[in-house]
Design a protein around this ligand. Structure first.
Ligand code: PMP
Length: 411
């Protein structure tokens, strides 16, 4: 990041004190902050263009429709989708994955089929598959996370035995929200494709942090949330290959997605309308387009390098804090911009509460990864997650705070 001070100036929220200390926001894995550009896009829309989309012939409705569809095209470009109709606006990653589970999986899976996922999934990319498997009589199987002291990577060797002809769906996270592991998404999609399985990537943790090219990845579906990539809450995306989306039965039905309705039944429009029943989240979709512009102006390669750099510094400095265990990939293994750690004698909730006194925003808990926590022999971790506006000096604040906490609880 060439001009970090300028980037920080773009985020109004960062310039405040918390508990008498400058805010150090290291909870980006949960949600990112919003640059002025995104906030302005929301205000501009509500002050000038607010109207319902698609159904109006007056000026405001046409402006709102153009901006909403413009955002769809912008997001298609952001992930290199072939066609804006491959972008479905949703509430976020969770809803996007649930649409695939409800519409695609229930229609395509039958008793005896296998849904393959990994041991490191967020509950959002795990519970929907367990539910659909239960409903249709399919089985969920897991690609193991490598061992106890493990680098936290996936056991790719296990794919040879796990990728049986019964596997009809492979769903996996691109970057683990707890381990920081970056999974080899292109390799996983290629292996799944070779046996005719459909692929779903949970890109919640990668979307705002690295270049994403759905065509190069070769995935069928990809899900993400706007709020983790400098966009608003309440808006997200389900990307799906056009051929799949056009055949997919809608999960929700109602206004805006029908061609014709009689008292006997209805027929559906093609994608994207068929998957967006009712009035969509217009303002937040438009602001998500503004977030894409912002991130591309800074440059996603620069952001990825910055995140990686901060994670490496954090790993080095945290590793010498007494009593700490760092979780996830080490020794130069691919790692996203987050570091999870645990103290043997201090609960993560105490760590987060004490760190808050020092102005730090961290996250402690199971991070919606309960089965993974059990596998790692932990109940919780503390997570510091970095983004484009964080600095190396903030890591020093983190380390000093953790030393204070360790001293207070353990002596
Ligand atoms: N998957 C991963 C890897 C995540 O980190 C999160 C958010 N913590 C989600 C899914 C769910 O995202 P959302 O709550 O925005 O739907």
């Amino acid at each position: 990041m060439s001009d970090l001070a300028r980037t920080r100036a773009d985020f109004p929220i960062l310039h405040q004190q918390v508990n008498g200390k400058p805010l150090v926001y290291l909870d980006n894995g949960a949600t990112s902050q919003k640059p002025r550009r995104v906030i302005d896009a929301l205000v501009h829309y509500y002050e000038r263009d607010n109207s319902n989309v698609h159904r109006g012939l007056h000026a405001l409705s046409m402006r709102a429709t153009d901006a909403y569809e413009g955002a769809r095209a912008r997001i298609a470009k952001f992930i290199h989708a072939a066609d804006p109709a491959e972008i479905i606006f949703t509430r976020g990653t969770t809803e996007s994955i649930n649409i695939v589970a409800h519409s695609w999986a229930r229609a395509h899976l039958k008793a005896g089929d296998v849904i393959l996922t990994t041991e490191m999934e967020h509950h959002s990319n795990l519970v929907p598959w367990q539910q659909v498997a239960r409903a249709v009589g399919a089985t969920v199987r897991y690609i193991p996370v490598l061992g106890a002291d493990a680098e936290g990577g996936l056991d790719y060797a296990a794919l040879d035995t796990l990728l049986t002809p019964e596997v009809k769906l492979l769903a996996f996270t691109h970057i683990s929200n707890t381990l920081g592991t970056i999974n080899d998404a292109a390799r996983l999609c290629a292996r799944a494709r070779a046996i005719g399985a459909t692929t779903v990537i949970d890109a919640a943790q990668s979307i705002g942090h690295a270049r994403i090219d759905v065509q190069a990845l070769g995935c069928d579906f990809l899900a993400f949330s706007g709020h983790k990539m400098c966009g608003p809450t309440g808006i997200g995306v389900l990307y799906g290959r056009r051929a799949l989306l056009d055949q997919l039965a809608p999960d929700e039905t109602g206004g805006g997605m029908v061609v014709s309705v009689t008292y006997e039944g209805a027929t559906w429009k093609p994608s994207p309308e068929r998957h967006e029943a009712g009035t969509p989240n217009i303002a937040d979709a438009i602001a998500l387009g503004a977030a894409c512009d912002y991130l591309d102006e800074i440059g996603r390669d620069a952001i990825a390098a910055h995140d990686h750099h901060l994670a490496q510094i954090a790993m080095e400095k945290l590793s010498v804090v007494p009593g700490i265990r760092i979780i996830g990939p080490r020794g130069g293994q691919p790692r996203g911009g987050l570091v999870s750690f645990a103290f043997a004698e201090v609960h993560a909730h105490d760590v987060v509460t004490f760190a808050d006194e020092d102005g730090l925003a961290l996250r402690g808990g199971h991070h919606c990864n309960q089965p993974l926590m059990r596998k790692l022999g932990l109940t919780s971790t503390t997570r510091a997650s970095f983004y484009l506006y964080n600095t190396a000096a903030e890591i020093d604040v983190l380390v000093a705070s953790l030393r204070r906490i360790q001293k207070f609880f353990v002596g």
